[in-house]
Design a protein around this ligand. Sequence first.
Ligand code: THG
Length: 265
Amino acid sequence: MLVVGELINSSRKAIAQAIADRNQAYIQDLARKQAEAGADIIDVNCGTSIGEEEKVMTWLVNSVQEVVDLPLCIDSPSAEALAAGLAAHKGQALVNSITAEKQRWAEVLPLLQQYKAKVIALCMDDGGMPETVADRLRVADKLVPGLVAAGIPEDHIYLDPLIKPLGVNSQYGVEALESVAALRQKYPKVHAICGLSNVSYGLPERRLLNRAFMVMCLTRGMDAFILDPLDMPLMGLLRAATALYGQDEYCLEYIAAARAGKIKA
Ligand code: THG
């Protein structure tokens, strides 16, 4: 199971403030805490730093990699910011994200090739957000063969079905789950990832929905999550569900996490 720690994201007020103040200690502390809690990759996002995204992304990448020995998930709607982040990054980055939109595809693909990066591929194209399972499969049928033809190995690709808020439509959860199953069946060597918290947007006690949804996604083949690794019940469930789903040989990861006090009933 791949855990991407989501907390260094400028849509969060504390991060927007830390970026504005260039508060490196705050960013670095949050990077360390997420790594300590079990994140495999740290997401860095400065989407709200309009006009200075390249500078801010470079600063974030350098600040985080100064204190944690992990690859980063370079998360930006701006291709220039992705390029700046990749140029500063040490090791193999995860680019967040490419889509089948003509412009996005043309801007991001060369970066993947230049930096041999892994990539999150969102199941969307110029037709907009996917509505149905069939929409997502149709877009994946452009994304996966297109990326493979461009030299990106299947196991460097993380398909994101794009999770929509359950509060908007009571079928959005089940639609996402069926999408994961369909994507993994059609492309078994390609990974599936999602941002967990989208599902609970606008509803009370969001963490309950996020936790339940994580377990359900996992049993349909999701093998990577963008989440809050400091949510201890969530990480406990993640390790338990991974072991129960047969993805943790001899329950070694589960046992190690319990021994280290990182998960707790
Ligand atoms: N797919 C991909 N990338 C993504 C997402 C996705 N990146 C962004 C997002 N979704 C996942 N990351 C976050 C980061 C932080 C928060 C939620 C998702 C977060 N939100 C607070 C909340 O919802 O309460 C915001 C409020 C605040 O703290 O200020 O913390 O789906 N590929």
